[in-house]
Design a protein around this ligand. Structure first.
Ligand code: DP6
Length: 350
C-alpha cells in the first residue's frame, strides 16, 4: 500500500523584515517580523508526501530533481513531525499505521514551485511551510498552525509565516529552546482585500549571497543591526504596523514598509563585507515610486525588496494597481535595455 497527501502553500513577503538570528541551529530571530501571504494561485509550492512499507529511505525531489535530505534543516522538520505522529487508519484501503510505526516508515517527498526558478523568486518560505504541513497531515499530527509554524521555522525562518494567510506576525520569543518563537495570524486574507501586489522581476541577477550566510555576516559585523533591535526601532514599527493593518491605514502602512525595506538594505551595506541585494534597476524603481507618492496627497504604492533586486510593489487598490502596471510597463518595459524581465501578480488579477 501507499498513503499520500498533497498540500499547496503560498509564499509570503515581509513588510517588517526578519534579518539576523540569535540562535542559528534553532533559527531564532533577533526581532519580530510581519508579512503578507500571497494568493495561493500565484507563487506557491505544491508538495506530495507519501509513505509505503516498500520505501527504504527518506527521499526528496524538488522540481523533478532529487535533492539531498541530509541537511539539518530537513532532518529537524522530519524529526519534529515524526515525534508528533499519531495512529492512522484507512479502513477502506486497509491501511493501519500505529503511532510507533512512523519512526520506522520512510517518506518520499515531491515538491514543485509554480513559478519559474529563473525568475529568482524561488523561496524556501513556501517550501518548508508546505513540507511541514503535508507531513503533519500524512502522519496525523494534530498540531495547530502556530505549533506547526515553530517546526517550519526550523527549516527556514521566513517559512513559519506561510502557515497562515493574510497578515502574519512571527513573534521572536524569549525561550532558549525556541518553543515560543512562532507565527500568529494578525488578520485573515479578507481583512484588507483592496491591496494588490505586483512583483517586478529584474533580469540581471548577480550571484546572490544567501540569506543564511548574509545574516550570519550581519550579526557578526553590523552595528546598525543592533540599532534595529532597540525598542524604539523595529519593536515600535511592529506596533505601528499592526495598527496600520487593523485600521486599513495605507499611508502609515506604505511609510513603514518602505522604511523597513530601506533599513534592511542599509544593514546589508553596513555588513562586512557589504552585501548588495538591490541593483541600479531596483534603485530606479524606488525613485520612480517615491516621486509618484510625493506627487499625490498620500502614498499610493509601497515597495519592498528581499534578498535580491526584484521589487515587490503593493498598490492601495485595484485602480492604483492598474495605473502602477501601466507606469511600470511604460518606464520599465521587459527588455534587456531596461533590465526588466517580467511582472508577476502576487494576488488576484486586476
Ligand atoms: C530578506 O528565511 O530565507 O526575506 O532562516 O536562514 O532560511 P533562513 O533565512 P530566510 O530569510 C528571509 C529574509 C528576508 C526577510 C524576511 O522574509 O523577513
Amino acid at each position: 500500500w501507499i498513503h499520500m497527501v498533497t498540500a499547496r502553500t503560498p509564499t509570503n513577503i515581509a513588510v517588517i523584515k526578519y534579518w539576523g538570528k540569535r540562535d542559528e541551529s534553532l533559527i531564532l530571530p533577533v526581532n519580530d517580523s510581519i508579512s503578507v501571504t500571497l494568493d495561493p494561485e500565484h507563487l506557491c509550492t505544491t508538495t506530495t508526501v507519501a509513505v509505503s512499507p516498500g520505501f527504504d529511505q527518506d527521499r526528496m525531489w524538488l522540481n523533478g530533481k532529487e535533492i539531498s535530505l541530509s541537511g539539518g534543516r530537513y532532518q529537524n522538520c522530519l524529526r519534529e513531525i515524526r515525534a508528533r505522529a499519531e495512529d492512522f487508519e484507512d479502513n477502506e484501503r486497509g491501511i493501519k499505521i500505529a503511532k510507533q510505526d512512523w519512526q520506522k516508515l520512510r517518506v518520499h517527498i515531491a515538491s514543485y514551485n509554480n513559478f519559474p526558478t529563473a525568475a529568482g523568486l524561488a523561496s524556501s518560505a513556501a517550501g518548508f511551510a508546505c513540507l511541514v504541513f503535508a507531513l503533519a497531515k500524512l502522519m496525523n499530527a494534530k498540531e495547530d498552525p502556530s505549533q506547526l509554524s515553530a517546526i517550519a521555522r526550523q527549516g527556514s525562518g521566513s517559512a513559519c509565516r506561510s502557515l497562515y494567510g493574510g497578515f502574519v506576525k512571527w513573534i521572536m520569543g524569549k525561550e532558549e529552546n525556541g518553543s515560543d518563537s512562532l507565527a500568529v495570524q494578525l488578520v485573515d486574507e479578507n481583512h484588507w482585500d483592496d491591496l494588490v501586489i505586483i512583483i517586478a522581476v529584474v533580469s540581471s541577477r548577480q550571484k546572490e549571497t544567501s540569506s543564511t550566510t548574509g545574516m550570519r555576516d550581519t550579526v557578526e559585523t553590523s552595528m546598525l543591526l543592533q540599532h534595529r533591535a532597540k525598542v524604539e526601532v523595529v519593536p515600535k514599527r511592529i506596533v505601528k504596523m499592526e495598527e496600520a493593518i487593523q485600521n486599513h491605514d495605507f499611508s502609515s502602512f506604505a511609510q513603514l514598509t518602505c522604511s523597513d525595506s530601506n533599513q534592511f538594505h542599509a544593514v546589508c551595506l553596513d555588513t562586512c563585507p557589504p552585501i548588495f541585494y538591490m541593483n541600479d534597476t531596483s534603485h530606479r524603481i524606488i525613485s520612480c515610486i517615491e516621486k509618484w507618492n510625493r506627487s499625490e496627497e498620500s502614498p499610493q504604492v509601497a515597495y519592498t525588496f528581499d534578498a535580491g533586486p526584484n521589487a515587490v510593489l503593493i498598490a492601495r487598490n485595484r485602480k492604483t494597481a492598474a495605473l502602477l502596471l501601466q507606469r511600470m510597463l511604460y518606464f520599465f518595459p521587459p527588455s534587456a535595455d531596461t533590465d526588466m524581465s517580467s511582472y508577476v501578480l502576487g494576488d488576484k488579477s486586476i
